[in-house]
Design a protein around this ligand. Sequence first.
Ligand code: UGA
Length: 352
Amino acid sequence: MKILILGVNGFIGNSLVKRIMDTTDWEVYGMDLSCHKLSHSLANPRFKYIEGDISINKEWIEYHVKKCDVVLPLVAIATPKAYVERPLEVFGIDFEENLKVIRYCVKYRKRVIFPSTSEVYGMCTDPEFDEEKSQLVLGPIHKQRWIYSCSKQLMDRVIWAYGAQQKLQFTLIRPFNWIGPKLDDIDSALEGSSRVVTQFIINLVKREPINLVDGGSQKRCFTYVEDGIDCLMEIIKNSDNRCDGQIFNIGAPANECSVKELAERLLGLFQAHPDHAHDPVYSDIIGTSHQDYYGKDYEDILYRRPSIQKARDILGWEPRTSLDDALKYTLDFFLEEIKAMGDDAKVQPRCA
Ligand code: UGA
């Protein structure tokens, strides 16, 4: 099988390529702006990487859509700070550029697996979000946070319509707060614009305060990336075409925890780490408001719990990694990466 992955150097893309290289005989063609997360696979002759930009290298993309069997357009801006600060870029990349790729898939009749998002459910009040039944609930237009959710939702609807009207072969996946090694770049965390787990880890390393936005009682279900990749591999295999026209939540409902509890658990794991057990000082956990942290255009999702019954029934999939293990693997990875950077000046404690 030949697979095209756009955004192959991202968090999901790089883990997926590694798994494909380690466990299958498939070939992967991948494009991204850089390849620093791909050192595990660059030397493999079944992996062909090209540096490129989906908004520029259109001929390469069209040629490879035509050449491959399955397309995964994983390029997206996926950090909440960017939704409120750069909403037009989010729409431009997450919707407009990806739509062109979807249209190539329609033109060449290629199967596409598109990353929707847990964020499409927005402020849904169902106890568990269901792919077929749950309402997708977004806030007012001036709350720009929702542009990501809305862009992804519109893409879901367009892909669905291409399936219905033009027989596009597709599967939509909805990752729920996947975490693990290479989740975000250290640089984005240093700027304060990464997702919560990476952000808290960098705060811990720098002995900066950990900020609980609006009290930290909001909850997420954190899913270990390797569990998510297990599910995604089954979807790519698509035995008996069982994933065609389906939407799958991919999450770990048993790993639900509040942001406050997340901060406490990460602090505990950091204090227990052999390199940090005797540090003279640790980060404080403090409160802040969303206005101060993200700006007035932010609105939060108070809980986000997936129903994974469909992935269980159709794919026989089950997430296996506990929250503590997932956090420990993620923390250990980042601490090793920071150590290997050798440039400790970048992450020097400010107040130790
Ligand atoms: C994320 C992103 O939108 C996407 O990566 C993705 O589509 C989706 O969730 C997902 O992975 O399922 P969210 O969970 O809100 O959205 O993003 P985080 O930045 O990880 O924030 C989680 C929670 O932590 C939010 O309530 C946020 O306010 C809080 N937070 C974040 C803090 O309390 N302090 C911080 O320093 C950072």
